[in-house]
Design a protein around this ligand. Structure first.
Ligand code: GRF
Length: 218
């Protein structure tokens, strides 16, 4: 596999997506090393996961800053000093401002537990259940200035069952998150993604990642 890039992962909680990324990088499935894990919460279990793998961590407590912009400016410093080539938000529960976005243009990814543009914001699985959809899933997208609105890189679909609870549906979605986040990171780091408007293509084929490329109706 080609050159290894450093990536930064931002977490606020359990960090199971972080774990999937670390595991994929250690298995050589994605060409990167997690160079730093940053959390706005000192008690995030994701920090423990990072330390278990010898990955440097940094806590930037948002409550210590007088504005979102000041918090983001500190995040930018921390991520820059790690030399990261890509920033992955993985359960990072803060809305970032243009201060952060503009520091890493088209180099910030996010994962969301719903099939965007349905059910953005918090509680994707709960919203899907309450709405009564028959399918839900997850989305990896480029971050932009909206909440969960950036160009979609990969999505995965899961069924919603009659007896699902928020927890069972979230767990089914999370298993797919762990599969598609490393996939999207790999496409990005191999330089294979291109944007046309909102649509993300893979450069060599001109096709959209994760689509079924044959249309059975055609
Ligand atoms: C995931 O469902 C992710 O999509 C959402 O927050 C959750 C984080 O889970 N943004 P984890 O911390 O990666 O376990």
């Amino acid at each position: 596999m080609s050159e290894k890039h450093e990536i930064a992962v931002l977490v606020s909680g359990s960090g199971s997506n972080l774990q999937a990324i670390i595991d994929a990088s250690e298995r050589g499935e994605i060409p990167c090393r997690v160079g730093i894990v940053v959390s706005n919460r000192a008690d995030a279990y994701g920090l423990v996961r990072a330390r278990n793998h010898g990955i440097p961590t940094e806590v930037v407590d948002h409550r210590a800053f007088e504005s979102r912009e000041a918090f983001d400016a500190r995040l930018v410093e921390v991520v820059r000093s790690s030399g990261a080539h890509l920033v992955c938000l993985a359960g990072f529960m803060r809305v970032v401002t243009p201060v952060f976005l503009r520091a890493f243009p088209h180099r910030i990814l996010n994962i969301h537990p719903a099939l965007l543009p349905s059910f953005p914001g918090t509680h994707g699985p709960r919203q899907a259940l309450q709405y009564g959809v028959r399918f839900s899933g997850c989305t990896v997208h480029f971050l932009d200035e909206g909440v969960d609105t950036g160009p979609i890189i990969v999505q995965a679909v899961v069924p919603v069952y009659e007896d699902d609870t928020e927890e069972t549906l979230a767990a089914r979605i999370l298993r797919e998150e762990h599969r598609i986040y490393p996939m999207a990171i790999r496409l990005f780091l191999e330089g294979r993604l291109a944007l046309s408007g909102r649509r993300v293509f893979t450069k060599e084929t001109g096709k959209i990642p994760g689509f079924s490329h044959r249309n059975p109706d055609a």
